[in-house]
Structure formats: structure tokens, C-alpha cells
Design a protein around this ligand. Structure first.
Ligand SMILES: [Zn+2]
Length: 93
């Protein structure tokens, strides 16, 4: 079963367009971008921020975590990782 990258609805492997939002799903099928079912945008952003952190791109990491924090001001994981990224960024300067 394949997943629409835009709305997260499942569709048949032979479908070229999502029946729910009309999104072209053939592009997504060729990549491994969407690996988790029903992934929310914030999850993708969180993974991205973690990736930046691991690659020592702390400025980029802080930027993404700050965006996430606006959406989820009470998410302790985001707050914790933002602080770590800011500390790491400060140590580079
Ligand atoms: Zn869709």
C-alpha cells in the first residue's frame, strides 16, 4: 500500500494521482522520502532538525527547532533539543 505524500491517505500502487487531494503520487513512489505512515509535517521537520544537529549544522538545526516550538510550545522534546542545539551553536563561535 502506498501513501500520498500530501494528505497521507493510502492508494493503490498503480494509481498515478491521489484520489483524495489529486496530488501526483508517482514522484513520491520513486523516492524513500516518506517512510512512516501518516507522518505529520512537524515530524518531518523534527527529523530534519535532528539530522542537522547530528551533522553539526547547528544554525540550521536551531532554526527548524524554533519553527517547531512555535507550533508546539509545550513539547519538551523540542525545547530540550533546541537548547542543546543553541548551546552547541554557541560553543562554535
Ligand atoms: Zn492525497
Amino acid at each position: 500500500m502506498n501513501m500520498c505524500p500530501r494528505c497521507g491517505k493510502t492508494h493503490k500502487p498503480e494509481d498515478r494521482f491521489c484520489g483524495f487531494c489529486g496530488c501526483n503520487v508517482t514522484v513520491q513512489n520513486m523516492s524513500n522520502f516518506v517512510t512512516k505512515p501518516a507522518m505529520k509535517l512537524s515530524d518531518i521537520q523534527f527529523d530534519l532538525a535532528i539530522l542537522y544537529f547530528k551533522e553539526e549544522k547547528y544554525a540550521e538545526s536551531v532554526e527548524v527547532f524554533q519553527k517547531l516550538l512555535k507550533e508546539h510550545p509545550d513539547n519538551l522534546q523540542v525545547i530540550d533539543m533546541l537548547q542543546r542545539a543553541q548551546v552547541a551553536l554557541g560553543e562554535l563561535r
